[in-house]
Ligand binder design. Sequence first.
Ligand code: OMP
Length: 239
Amino acid sequence: MTRDQAREKVIFALDSNEFAHVQYWAETLSDRVGMFKVGKQLFTACGPATVRMIQKFGGEVFLDLKFHDIPNTVAMASLEAARLGVKLFNLHALGGYEMMARTVEALDKEFKGGERAKVLAVTILTSSTEETLRQVGIESPVEEMVVRLATLARKAGIDGVVASPREIPLIREACGPDFLIVTPGVRPAFAALNDQKRVMTPAEAVRAGGDYLVIGRPIGDAPDPAGAAEMILDEIMAD
Ligand SMILES: O=C(O)c1cc(=O)[nH]c(=O)n1[C@@H]1O[C@H](COP(=O)(O)O)[C@@H](O)[C@H]1O
């Protein structure tokens, strides 16, 4: 794999509440990662201006707001996400079939089959375990739930899923080669686990067939973020 192919796969999570900090990251990392993820913390603190700032640098954006609400509210919020010109955005598959199908229908109506943001469904969060699911009344094993939710999302016309890298083979088998798989819960050998539970290294996640890897703290908390991103690219390329 070339450096460019490895770089395209890495999405850096801009998990901060400071516009200036994020601008520094975008400048420093723009030729070391393929996309920037704007999540709930940053979007709540600084709003759509962050998306525009990244786009000004020529960067692509994954808007990670994990919508989960009644179908109409999610469909309307999704239209606004897509109108920002982001490359990816997401919702929770646990919101159900109708919520997902109504969203895809609204996007198709607006973009009339032309290029539009891809919608991802979050399956089971990478910080969750069987115990987390039991606490909210879900008795099925994590892997069974992930495959069930990915299959439901695909049926609703969703473009792909966010899932732990450990579940990639099961999702590929159930949903086919064209379904996007985006995997957080990625931890290079040099980094701490933090609150992530179902993890793999970047090279393992790519080898397993992940389309994109979401990586935050292993780069952002490193004393030298650019160096950490380079180490991750080297690790992916060496595999
Ligand atoms: O949708 C996501 O991006 C996401 C889904 C998931 O299941 N787990 C997960 O960690 N994420 C996000 O991925 C990023 C992971 O960051 P780090 O744990 O710092 O690498 C965070 O911004 C999370 O919000």
